[in-house]
Design a protein around this ligand. Structure first.
Ligand SMILES: Nc1ncnc2c1ncn2[C@@H]1O[C@H](COP(=O)(O)OP(=O)(O)OP(=O)(O)O)[C@@H](O)[C@H]1O
Ligand SMILES: [Mg+2]
Length: 669
């Protein structure tokens, strides 16, 4: 029993161990199987993990091989699909990127080019702006400097812009200097004389342009004027051509002349075409032109009257000579003697007339002498008082420092008398006559505005009255010969023309200021000469017997009839006359007859030598020889050069025997 029990125990132990071993073997096999299985499962997962890591790193090149068809295989398949899709996307992205980069490069190049263009354009623009600013500054300066009006008017006739208002008050005027004496006398220190000085200040055009902007032409001007301006604008715009117009306009400084140039503008104002207008004040030029026309007219009339007077003079000389002879011989027949007397009076009147005509035409022989106008005026006061009567008061304002002037004193006396008579006629109910003298400097600016006037130092003689004055129409024609407003028989209209001619022939200038009921002021400007030249003019007071004592006198005259009259007259006066028809013959006669004491010669003669040349040559050869000129007409402005040669005088044709006798006696005594 114990052995059986042992045996059983052993069997049981064996079974247990076997079971245990089996279990262990099973467990090991199960472990191994599950390990292999786990390994087989883990490999693709590893691959997957690695692939995901590759994917994360952006490497998407290869698929993971699919080892099984189970879920893992499916997973890997899906993964591979994902990878492929990602790879595709990445490639597309890369392509897009490349494209983008290419575009960016292209764009950058474009931008660089554009940048260059822009930089260039900015440069150009800057330069343009600078040029524009400079040009604007120039334009501003220009419009400030020009004295013209510059404005823009549109097609409706509305002022759009006023670019320059034609005023430049701050302007400084520099006058050119003149050749004047080193110490010219001070110019008119007191107000009286300043008033008398001609207005030599350049007048600034003051145009009332004030608020023109945006106003219509028709609101500013009269309908007529506005229409005129509007028409100019319209024509400029229609023809696209510059329109030039001249017109007179009432301005703040009175009536003034303008020349306007109107040009179409390229710029529009509120869609309206417009034109630019430049208006230039031409008042000075206009008045200069008017003066020139007047001077030319006077010259033409002068030539005409001078020619007529010249021929008449010669006729009158012959008529007078013969009448005088008749008159002398008719003493026994009182009736005929009386008739001859009447005829002689008529000849005298004719002579007077032709002299004034000659004076006007500036062909009157003038014996100019240094003359003191103060003395001359004072010497005539008594005559003036008698002429003017008690109702007219005479005032004198004479400049004590007056310079001398070179003028024919006898003729100037006669001119002054004409002015005084005119003043008397203008003051029928009395008034005042004022005589003034002054030295005056005429400046270039003033002189150039006057026809026929030189700048320089003048003496001025002013005759003013408080009479009826003249209308502009009368004033314009006052100097014309035969122009008179006086009734027939009262005035010949030759007074002022004589004064005019005398002043012009003496190198002077004459002006009249006159307005109806405002009186008249006549100014005579005469050229001055050095104070050192003594004024020689003294009244001829020598009373002499007319008869000669057989002195030999040489008569030189180309007109045979006049010569005959002179020779007869001289013989009648008790002289011993010789004669020559021209200067050459005269010099021969002088050479052969040294006893000749006086040369009586006509001024105008045919041939190389006229009377003046003959006289100076004869006096050069025979210094004691006296000279008496005669002339009815002269081409010379003045006879003598202002330094009066002693023993020289002039007898105007036609002359009376008695006048001839007086002159010769004066020269010989
Ligand atoms: N001081 C004056 N005041 C007003 N009018 C004047 C004056 N002087 C001249 N006139 C006008 O000018 C005209 C011309 O004058 P001017 O001296 O030449 O001739 P007149 O006096 O008419 O005639 P004449 O002088 O030959 O006797 C005059 O008729 C007159 O109308
Ligand atoms: Mg008169």
């Amino acid at each position: 029993m114990a052995v059986l029990a042992t045996h059983d125990l052993l069997a049981k132990v064996f079974v247990v161990w076997s079971l245990a071993f089996l279990i262990l073997a099973l467990l090991s096999a199960a472990y191994l199987i599950s390990k292999r299985r786990a390994d087989a499962l883990a490999r693709p997962i590893d691959s997957l993990v690695e692939a995901i890591q590759q994917l994360a790193a952006g490497r998407l090149h290869e698929d993971i091989p699919i080892a099984s068809g189970d879920e893992l295989g499916e997973l890997i398949g899906s993964f591979n699909l994902l990878r492929a899709s990602m790879q595709q996307t990445q490639e597309k992205l890369r392509e897009a990127n490349a494209l983008l980069e290419q575009r960016v490069t292209e764009r950058t190049t474009d931008l660089a080019t554009l940048n260059q263009v822009l930089t260039y354009q900015i440069g150009v623009r800057n330069q343009t702006e600078i040029a524009l600013r400079e040009s604007e500054a120039r334009l501003r300066a220009m419009t400030r400097a020009i004295p013209d009006l510059v404005f823009v008017v549109d097609e409706d006739g509305r002022y759009r812009e006023i670019l320059a208002a034609g005023q430049n008050r701050a302007a400084a005027t520099i006058a050119p200097s003149h050749d004047l004496p080193v110490n010219p006398p001070p110019r008119a220190p007191d107000s009286r004389r300043r008033r008398e000085a001609p207005d030599t200040e350049p007048k600034q055009a003051t145009i009332g342009i004030t608020p023109l902007r945006d106003r219509l032409l028709h609101e500013v001007y009269s309908t007529e004027m506005a229409d005129f301006f509007y028409d100019i604008i319209r024509r400029a715009l229609e023809t696209q051509q510059i329109q030039i117009a001249e017109y007179e306009l009432q301005t703040a400084s009175g009536l003034r002349w303008f020349e306007s140039r109107t040009a179409p503008l390229d710029v529009k104002f509120d869609n309206k075409a417009a034109a630019i207008v430049v208006a230039h004040d031409i008042t000075k030029r206009k008045s200069g032109e008017a003066q020139l026309r007047q001077a030319q007219k006077m010259q033409a009339i002068g030539q005409l009257t001078g020619g007529i007077a010249h021929d008449f003079n010669n006729l009158l000389a012959v008529i007078m000579g013969n009448l005088e002879l008749l008159h002398e011989q008719l003493t026994a027949q009182p009736r005929l003697h009386e008739l001859a007397q009447q005829a002689l009076k008529a000849v005298d009147r004719g002579t007077h007339l032709t002299r004034r005509l000659l004076a006007f035409s500036r062909h009157q022989p003038l014996l100019a002498q240094p003359t003191d106008l103060n003395k001359l005026a004072l010497g005539m006061l008594e005559l003036m008082r008698r002429t003017l009567g008690a109702n007219i008061q005479i005032n004198t304002l004479l400049d004590n420092d007056l310079l001398n002037t070179l003028v024919d004193p006898d003729q100037l006396e006669s001119a002054l008398l004409n002015l005084v008579i005119n003043a008397r006629d203008a003051m029928p109910n009395g008034g005042e006559l004022t005589l003034e003298t002054a030295n005056i400097l005429i400046e270039e600016d003033y002189a150039t505005q006057q026809a026929d006037m030189q700048a320089g130092l003048y003496v001025v003689l002013v005759v003013s009255d408080t009479g009826v004055g003249m209308t502009p129409q009368v004033l314009e024609r006052a100097f014309e010969p035969f122009f008179t407003t006086k009734e027939t028989g009262k005035g010949s209209g030759l007074g002022l023309s004589m004064v005019y001619g005398l002043v012009k022939q003496s190198g002077g200038h004459i002006t009249i200021d006159s307005q109806p009921n405002q009186g008249t002021r006549v100014r005579l400007y005469l050229p001055t000469i050095e104070r050192s030249v003594q004024a020689l003019h003294e009244p001829h007071t020598v009373d002499v017997s007319l008869r000669g004592q057989g002195e030999i006198i040489l008569v030189v005259e180309d007109d045979a009839e006049v010569r005959l009259f002179a020779v007869n007259a001289l013989r009648g006066l008790g002289y011993d006359p010789l004669q020559a028809a021209d200067a050459e013959t005269a010099l021969q006669v002088l050479a052969t007859t040294p006893e000749i004491v006086l040369l009586f010669t006509d001024i105008i003669m045919p041939g190389q030598m006229d009377g003046v040349k003959l006289a100076s040559e004869a006096q050069r050869r025979y210094p004691k020889l006296r000279v008496l000129y005669t002339s009815g007409y002269t081409e010379h402005a003045l006879i003598g050069d202002g330094h009066q040669v002693e023993g020289v005088d002039v007898l105007l044709k036609p002359y009376r025997k008695a006048d001839l006798g007086k002159k010769i006696r004066l020269l010989l005594s």
